[in-house]
Design a protein. Structure first.
Length: 391
């Protein structure tokens, strides 16, 4: 395992360590790639000028001395050979182009590591499903549904089925937040054996409607394979469970297991109930980058419409005491003594295309006595009174 040097404490650490064990500095990917390269590519040490002069001049001086009288032919040959070798080495060097190759390689390695991986599709194909439970007519912001999809046998297909069901239900109902649990059989709904879960935040504003974090889908599924025989055991367990309850409603699991073991020709220890939840993991809900972007664009467009609608509704009410401006004005005009009007409370119920507004107030009647009264009216989204329901 290669070692690199921590830039802060200068101590050697493993290149695979997420942080320096000595000083705690994070070990970034660029440093892991770059440091070993820098160490191996430090290059040859520079030769000082005096040393270069010495290396070149000494052969010349030696040759000059040996050419004088008194030196043997052998000494002259060695001296001149040394001079020739020095000249050959001096004029034949490596091309400078090779020196830049390692630096280019280092840059390529860092660039390659910084590039994001391509999109990998994980979600499978949606299988046929039937809705088991859930309120299709609710006016609430969120609702949970259970669906049965016996043909969804893999993690990808289970996730895709959950997403498809949530999307279909939203299109039919307009419920802002739809959660779907996928079961193998309608008998198992709500028993803790669900195979997948998908929550669709149509406006990307979480469950609250105000925490707009940009998340559109939250999908998870199980990859556990359950055989048809195991589903059969689970089905019989649920159907016969009531037969083995004591007076306090406690289940005698040993007797129920013994009953099922006899039916299936196995031992009681072999009676195991499916537990898909042991391998419940998150799943990328998108089939492509284009699909992901399209879902986000649709969610943000819906969010913009919702925000515009909220502003229209909010503009109808006074920020000071919460009274409905138009209804309050109509009430005052109908009073014997408009100056005696005193607002008590205003509430409203959102019907989608209109509001039911209820205003409680005090004021003087025709005899001068102060009384409390309530007026209920239906108004449109711009605050115009459509109908006085009661007064």
């Amino acid at each position: 395992m290669p070692l690199i040097q921590c830039p802060d404490c200068k101590k050697d650490i493993s290149d695979s360590a997420p942080s320096c064990p000595h000083c705690g500095r994070p070990n970034t990917a660029a440093e892991i790639v770059q440091q070993p390269i820098d160490q191996s590519q430090a290059g040859p040490r520079k030769v000082s000028i005096p040393l270069m002069v010495g290396i070149i001049l000494i052969p010349f001086i030696s040759s000059w001395f040996t050419l004088r009288k008194g030196y043997s032919t052998k000494a002259r040959v060695i001296s001149l050979g040394w001079l020739a070798l020095t000249l050959i080495i001096g004029f034949s060097g490596e091309s400078g182009g090779q020196k830049t190759a390692p630096a280019t390689t280092a840059a390529e390695q860092v660039d390659k590591q910084d590039k994001p991986a391509g999109f990998v599709r994980v979600i499978g194909e949606a299988k046929p499903y039937t809705i088991i439970s859930g309120d299709m007519k609710t006016k609430a912001r969120k609702e949970t549904f259970f669906v049965a999809a016996p043909l969804a046998e893999t993690k990808g297909d289970r996730a895709a089925t959950a997403r498809k069901a949530a999307s279909d239900i939203f299109e039919k109902t307009g419920i802002p937040v739809v959660t779907v649990f996928v079961e193998h059989d309608k008998l198992f709904a709500g028993k803790g054996s669900n195979l997948a879960k998908a929550t669709y935040f149509s406006d990307a504003c979480n469950f609250s409607g105000s925490d707009c974090n940009g998340i559109v889908w939250d999908v998870a599924a199980s990859n556990v394979t359950v055989t048809e025989k195991e589903w059969g055991v689970y089905r019989d367990w649920i159907k016969n469970r009531s037969r083995y309850l004591d007076k306090q409603g406690n289940l005698n699991e040993d007797k129920l297991s013994a009953f099922l073991a006899k039916k299936y020709g196995v031992t009681s220890d072999d009676i195991m109930l499916p537990a898909p939840g042991i391998d419940y993991v998150g799943v990328n809900p998108y089939v492509s980058e284009q699909d992901k972007q399209a879902e986000k664009d649709k969610a943000f467009a819906k969010k913009a419409v919702i925000e515009a609608r909220v502003k229209r509704v909010k503009a109808q009410f006074s920020p000071w005491d919460g009274s409905h401006r138009t209804l309050e004005s109509a009430i005052q005009k109908s009073m014997n003594d408009p100056e005696s009007y005193e607002h008590v409370e205003t509430t409203y119920r959102d019907l989608g295309d209109s509001l039911i507004v209820s205003t409680t107030f005090r004021g003087k009647n025709g005899f001068g006595g102060v009384v409390k009264n309530t007026v209920v009216a239906q108004v449109d989204l711009d605050g115009n009174i459509m109908e006085i329901i009661s007064e």
